[in-house]
Design a binder for this molecule. Structure first.
Ligand code: SAH
Ligand code: MG
Length: 226
């Protein structure tokens, strides 16, 4: 085993320890992860401690109206929906009908069906409808879908915001792939493009944190609308 593998194993061990301490056994969240696994979806959900971070950020800003782009099996959705209270709402956008179906059942199991609105289809088609329906402004926007469209999602997040809206973009470091300007990896290209777009966006104040966890080396951008 290389030194790097040793470090990744140690990091995963620490992450499991932190999960035990700060998340614990949570049947609804575990069931959502199990269904993602059983259905052969990619294991792309945020980690447990990251999910709890989304939950705590939503709570500390008293978020009532959240937009998520990229639902997968509803794991991050459940975390955020738990923060908004019974009068709150999470609108979450998912391209794959099968993902949306499984997400809906996991969200219902968690008792959050009345709070969460899963919209199936390409996010870039759903976003104009959300605007027309008057669902904005959102208090928090979590961008975690196809990285190729990150830049457009960031524009939409600002479009659907108010001063103080928080925008979080996941998977922004991609194991350092963002530094490779000649990369052919669409995810790394999309992450780098998001960083450049965030840096150039005058309406946002942004920082980026790198993370190491059970998912390896990545990070997220945290921005507030001016
Ligand atoms: N936020 C989830 C993980 C999302 S994974 C969590 O942390 O639990 C990314 C999801 O984005 C996948 O389910 C994928 O199907 C979806 N996706 C990909 N392209 C999309 C698009 N154009 N519009 C909406 N969703 C898309
Ligand atoms: Mg992600």
């Amino acid at each position: 085993m290389s030194d790097v593998d040793d470090v990744l194993t140690a990091i995963a061990g620490v992450d499991n320890f932190l999960k035990d301490l700060f998340v614990g056994d949570d049947e609804d969240l575990q069931s959502a992860l199990d269904r993602i696994d059983e259905n052969g979806f990619s294991p792309a959900s945020v980690s447990a401690t990251q999910g709890k971070l989304l939950y705590l950020l939503a709570k500390l800003m008293n978020a009532r109206n959240i937009l998520e782009i990229g639902t997968l099996g509803g794991y991050s959705t459940i975390w955020m929906a738990r923060a908004v209270g019974s009068s709150g709402r999470v609108v979450t956008l998912e391209y794959e009908p099968k993902h949306a179906e499984i997400a809906n059942s996991s969200i219902a199991r968690a008792g959050l069906a009345d709070i969460v609105d899963v919209r199936t289809g390409a996010a870039l088609e759903s976003l104009p409808k959300i605007k027309e329906e008057g669902l904005a402004p959102f208090d928090l926007v979590f961008i975690d879908a196809d990285k190729e469209n990150n830049v457009e999602y960031i524009s939409w997040a600002v479009e659907l915001s108010r001063p103080g809206t928080v925008v979080i973009v996941d998977n922004i470091i991609w194991s350092g792939g963002i530094l490779d300007e000649g990369s052919s990896d669409a995810n790394a290209i999309g992450a780098r493009a998001a960083l450049l777009a965030l840096s150039a966006e005058d309406r946002l104040e942004t920082t980026v944190l790198q993370t190491v966890c059970i998912k390896g080396w990545d990070g997220f951008a945290l921005a507030v609308v001016k």
